[in-house]
Ligand binder design. Structure first.
Ligand code: ADP
Ligand code: MG
Length: 341
């Protein structure tokens, strides 16, 4: 046993609405896959997870269902979520020794019952010790903020299903806003835009690609023209049109406004001493949505505050969760207390 203890299998997990990342002690990030599951619709037997399940999207028959079990920041199906989490943990665990200690980051809006389900899933995957941490807290730690300081920090984490905005000070979340408008809504708005303005049906993957490549929240120095392929809604045949980044920006107006409004609402609710800190330190953007072109600039112009995009916004949460795993005693006050007993 002594020898095997060398291979510590402790893991930190970012259980995101769009992506799940796993960090392993001594190894760094060992898994980065979409939070997607393909399963048999009658038996609920899991057929594929992650990249493999994503590749099956849109190509399945009636017997197979594909879902993103955390899509809206809540757990849509306990059994499937548990199966996905267990499968991901198993994938990175050395077969002879399951993960012993697990720190999992969960969307801050999930309920007690859902937290319990996440804990149970990790235990069923062999974990002896499970700690949960809220997403904005993990983001803040991941980008190197000292969350224990008596100083306010404003974190805006824009994921797939949810945008989580929080003021953090003294190892706690002072106030927060969580809205179900984030990257998915942006993608959906692009799909809708082509349907209503161009009679063109495009797939989610195309829309997401357009969002990432030419999507923006502020005018670009040089606007971009791009060719988009889809299906003509009137004639049903494949069609290609040219659009500009100006159109894509117009399509993104509503979700972006909603995110801006949520940030402004939280600022209004922030106690003055902390507001003063935020005035000096500014807003930190994390999550994949932080990569949208011009979003930082847009928030700067709306709030008149400094706005910084984290260095690797998609990795902030898993890094923070990893730091908590490595320094559990120092961070014991930021993990979510279990209500199990
Ligand atoms: P979650 O934590 O909810 O799993 P992530 O932080 O992994 O979410 O972010 C995923 C979201 O970020 C997706 O909606 C994805 O489309 C979006 N995203 C990724 N890269 C970009 C980009 N360059 N521009 C805009 N959005 C992006
Ligand atoms: Mg996230």
């Amino acid at each position: 046993m002594g020898l095997f203890n060398f291979f510590s299998n402790d893991v930190a997990i970012d259980l995101g609405t769009a992506n799940t990342l796993i960090w392993m002690k001594g190894k760094g990030i060992v898994l980065d896959e979409p939070s997607i599951v393909a399963f048999d619709s009658t038996t609920k037997h899991i057929i594929a997870i992650g990249h493999e399940a994503k590749a099956m999207t849109g190509k399945t028959h009636r017997g197979i269902k594909i879902i993103r079990p955390l899509r809206d920041g809540a757990i849509a199906d306990f059994e499937i979520t548990e199966g996905m989490l267990r499968a991901f943990i198993r994938k990175v665990s050395m077969s002879w020794q399951p993960a012993r200690r697990v720190v999992v980051c969960v969307p801050s809006g999930i309920t007690e019952v859902e937290k319990r389900a996440v804990r149970d899933s990790c235990e069923h995957a062999g974990a002896k010790e499970v700690h949960l941490i809220a997403e904005p807290m993990a983001s803040a730690i991941g980008i190197g903020l000292n969350v224990h300081d008596p100083v306010g920090n404003l974190i805006v984490d824009i994921g797939g299903g949810t945008t989580e905005i929080a003021v953090i000070a003294l190892s706690g979340i002072v106030s927060d806003e969580s809205i179900r408008t984030a990257g998915d809504e942006m993608t959906e708005s692009i799909v809708q835009f082509f349907r209503s303005s161009n009679n063109l049906r495009i797939g989610d993957r195309t829309a997401e690609m357009l969002k990432c490549q030419v999507g923006s929240a502020m005018p670009l120095e040089e606007e971009i023209l791009i060719e988009v392929k889809g299906q003509d809604l009137v004639h049903g045949i494949p069609k290609m049109i040219q659009v500009s980044s100006v159109d894509i920006r117009k399509a993104l107006t509503k979700p972006i406004n909603e995110i801006v409004q949520a940030v402004l609402r939280l600022l209004e609710r922030t106690p003055p001493e902390l507001a003063a800190d935020i005035f000096d330190r500014g807003i930190m953007l994390t999550g994949g949505g932080a990569l949208l072109k011009g979003l930082d600039e847009r928030l700067r112009s709306e709030t008149s505050l400094p706005v910084h995009v984290a260095e690797d916004p998609l990795l902030a949460v898993v890094k923070g969760t990893g730091i908590v795993l490595d320094n559990l005693s120092e961070y014991s006050n930021v993990v979510i207390k279990s209500s199990r007993f």
